[in-house]
Design a binder for this molecule. Sequence first.
Ligand code: SF4
Length: 523
Amino acid sequence: MKLLDLDFVLTSDRSMITDHHRKEFVGFMTTSPPIILPSFLWRWIAAPKPKIDEYGRPLIAPYGMRKVEASLVKAGFKAAIIDPSKLKPYLKKVKAVMVGHHDYFGVNPPSVQWWMLFGREPMNRVELFKLMSLLKYAKEHINKDLIIVAGGPAAWQWIRFPKLREYFKVDVVLEGEAEEAVVDLAKKILNGEEIPDHIEVKPKDAPENIPTIIRPSVNGLVEVSRGCPRGCKFCPVTLRRFRHFPIDMIKKEILVNKRFGIDQVILHAEDVLLYGANNIIPNPDAVLKLNKMALETVKDVGWSHAALATVVVAEKRFKLMTKLAELFNEHGHDYFGFQTGIETGSPRLASIIMRAKAAPYPPEKWPEVVEEAFGILHDLRIVPASTLIVGVPGEKDEDVVKTIELVERLKPYRSLIIPLLFVPMGLLSNKDWFKSYEMKEVHAELFSVCLKHTLRWAPEIAKWYVKDSKNPFFKFGVIAFIKLAQKISEKIDANVILESVKKAKEQKREGIYKEEMFQAVPA
Ligand code: SF4
């Protein structure tokens, strides 16, 4: 392999540097330990190795890392993203290695709950430990001056788990929007100045100079807006300033991906339907213009997230959902989907933890808003992959019962519904994780109802989702996994889930499920 002359390498582990066979949703498999399928097949489906050039640069990399790479290159630094399998020779000579991740230690949703429920560490944590062990080795034996910087959306985990930080010898933790802060840091490193061990970019200091990416992002993901105006207490996005990127800049990034053969885009925002809006009322012209541009530029267009209240107001006031579905249909897309949060079916809890989630409707109307949005989406063949939050501080049994009732009412609507155990983030970051052994009967019932709902709709959704995949083994793997999961789920009801909770409780007695579990260093 030829080596580039670099001062900074950016990297992550295999669970991040992969295109998941160009199916973003398959990426969720990296948050679980292998189940049902053999480990090698699980890993191959979840995170295949991408194409790598003669210098060790992966064809694709996570979008956030591409932004940091572009910031450094634009500022004149010698920097590039290098695949984890090709890092070693670079570690001898670079000044710093910068690592990014969505969930370093498998403690975010949903990783942490698969870890607790299946009793084994999730794939992303296992892969990260492999990468960090290499960096630690390099720092101890190959390049003693090597500086290790950890950033990205999960940077907070290095602060929360100091033992792991100490063990892996991470010098700097960079939290928040990094585009400008990383340039200052790189200057200090090159000049041999003292560097801070923790940099936190607050919303008031959010960067103004955000460059366009220069090499492709995973699955053509391109950010259209940053932040969210709804301010849910449990959400880290609440701490980001709400703004949108110009359509020309978005198109330029789509074309960067296309130039490298990625004829698709995932429009990324916390709520794509709020693109161009000042608050929680959509700007229909901006949303239509954005989607039209994307559909005319690349073959496949998808969305990352949208909010259910925006779906309702967009359709009622502007017929926007209908117009968007027609636009997608004209370009040959009979279905499309996005991720969204239901979180709870309890008006009481919604009023406490997410007062603006239902806006412009009152929080007490949240269950009705969810039902109405699901109805609109079902009729237009738009598929919400939705999540619930379980065990949020202050939750009562009657709240969970309301959520079960809501999920039951959502049965006729094509969708996925995944319950997630509470993780302390956003304004609730001082709280503790909700552990699987804390689950009560009512939670087990909720998990059982969601499992049945999701597996009822999964085969139809999966067939559509993988229909254009050119890899027959991948298609077969996904369909076979769902069929097997369906078979197994026939035997799973609330009692079976309660049994597994009982087991988790026993394991806690043996000392496995202590808080310390999260920051246990590799054996
Ligand atoms: S609506 Fe979604 S992205 Fe916005 S604050 Fe709430 S949970 Fe976060």
